[in-house]
Design a protein around this ligand. Structure first.
Ligand code: NAD
Ligand code: DAU
Length: 335
């Protein structure tokens, strides 16, 4: 299978590439990434040594660059590329609309032109909005996103479904809950808290810290994505959840406990604007129809993640300082 991955230098895309190459070393993998602040080629350094892997620096809003990069006979596009951080979308939504909405449409158009056989679109549980206790977001529920990020991801999904309906594109959508694991940029809750705690720095808790997220290890998510890519029904949407719904404060106290650090590092700060209280995906469809289930218990996955960050201080320092960007600017021109 020849795979074209967008956003493969980011957190989940790079994990997908690593785990795909491990299983299918003979298959072509092209990683097309703009290398924004979140794109870090350190994340795919091992894959880069592999003969069937190729990196192409480019923007999904650029149709010409996509035409040149997507090979004839491409079996599938796995579309991870996005602006992904909610707080940044609250500060400015512009890049979210450009990449997540316009970029997705440009990619869909070129995928069709090129006759790509399957389009796997990576979406998020956030498109279902905040849910009251006891309710779960199902695949056929209406989309009610609340942040600019979630709204841009909902718009992207509509465009993918429109391409499937209007042009018969074989598109599949996944909506995943909160991922954690190695190589996650330290702006998201777990890597931010972890790297701060390792240096005994305060950990910001937005509002009362009782917001609930369903945590899934990135390797479990990648296993689900492989199953959907290979066996998902054309036009279908699959929810992928970790079955680990936890309030933020509980996540942070568990993290501090595993690290042997005091709870006094938790520091309540002003709440995120429009903060969604609870996400909860019903992931019974993928379990029932495709036989996938999350395998990594949260505390085990968190302990493994802590070990990885402890063992990779250079990755953390380069990610935090933005040093990796200066290096890649020399290789690929101004970023
Ligand atoms: P990330 O921010 O770590 O990585 C995004 C990648 O996309 C980066 O490598 C970046 O350089 C690249 N990119 C951004 N704009 C681009 C453009 N215009 N053209 C080409 N490349 C571009 O994101 P992530 O956490 O790995 O998330 C990957 C996908 O999964 C996103 O679509 C996100 O919405 C979705 N998702 C993430 C989570 C999560 O918990 N992280 C959960 C559900 C869904
Ligand atoms: O649910 C899936 C989504 O999960 C993905 O679509 C997004 O790309 C991903 O960023 C993530 O969004 P969240 O907003 O849930 O993740 P974040 O790590 O930013 O925050 C998790 C929770 O922790 C949220 O309730 C806000 C809170 N938080 C976050 C940070 C960064 C804090 O309390 N303090 C913090 O410093």
């Amino acid at each position: 299978m020849a795979l074209f991955i967008t956003g493969g230098a980011g957190f989940i895309g790079s994990a997908f590439i690593r785990t795909w190459i491990e299983r299918y070393p003979a298959e072509t993998v092209i990683n097309f990434d703009k290398l924004t602040y979140a794109g870090n080629l350190d994340n795919v350094a091992e894959a880069a040594r592999h003969p069937t892997y190729r990196f192409i620096h480019g923007d999904i809003c650029d149709a010409e660059a996509l035409r040149a990069a997507i090979p004839d006979g491409c079996d599938a596009i796995v579309h991870f590329a996005a602006e992904s951080h909610v707080d940044r979308s609250i500060l400015s939504a512009r890049e979210f609309i450009l990449t997540n909405v316009l970029g997705t449409q440009v990619l869909l158009d070129v995928a069709r032109e090129k006759g790509v056989r399957r389009f796997l679109h990576i979406s998020t549980d956030e498109v279902g909005g905040s849910l009251p206790e006891g309710r779960f977001f199902r695949e056929d529920d209406p989309l009610v996103p609340s942040s600019p990020y979630a709204a841009s991801k909902a718009a992207a999904e509509h465009l993918v479904r429109a391409a499937a309906h209007t042009f018969g594109l074989d598109a599949v959508i996944t909506r995943t809950s909160n991922n954690y694991g190695p190589y996650q940029f330290p702006e998201k809750l777990i890597p931010l808290a972890l790297t701060n705690a390792l240096e005994n720095r305060p950990i910001p808790v937005y509002g009362d810290g009782q917001q609930v997220r369903d945590w899934i290890h990135v390797d479990d998510n990648c296993a689900a994505l492989r199953v959907v890519l290979e066996k998902g029904q054309p036009g279908a949407t699959y929810h992928i959840g970790g079955r680990s719904p936890l309030p933020n404060r509980t996540v942070l106290l568990t993290l501090l406990d595993l690290l042997g650090k005091p709870a006094s590092l938790l520091t309540e700060v002003a709440d995120r604007l429009g903060h969604d209280r609870r996400y909860a995906v019903d992931c019974s469809r993928i379990e029932r129809e495709l036989g996938w289930r999350p395998q990594i218990p949260f505390v085990e996955g968190l302990a493994q993640t802590i070990a990885w960050y402890r063992e990779h201080p250079t990755w953390v320092a380069r990610a935090r300082s933005g040093e990796y960007r200066q290096y890649y600017a020399r290789m690929y021109g101004a970023l």
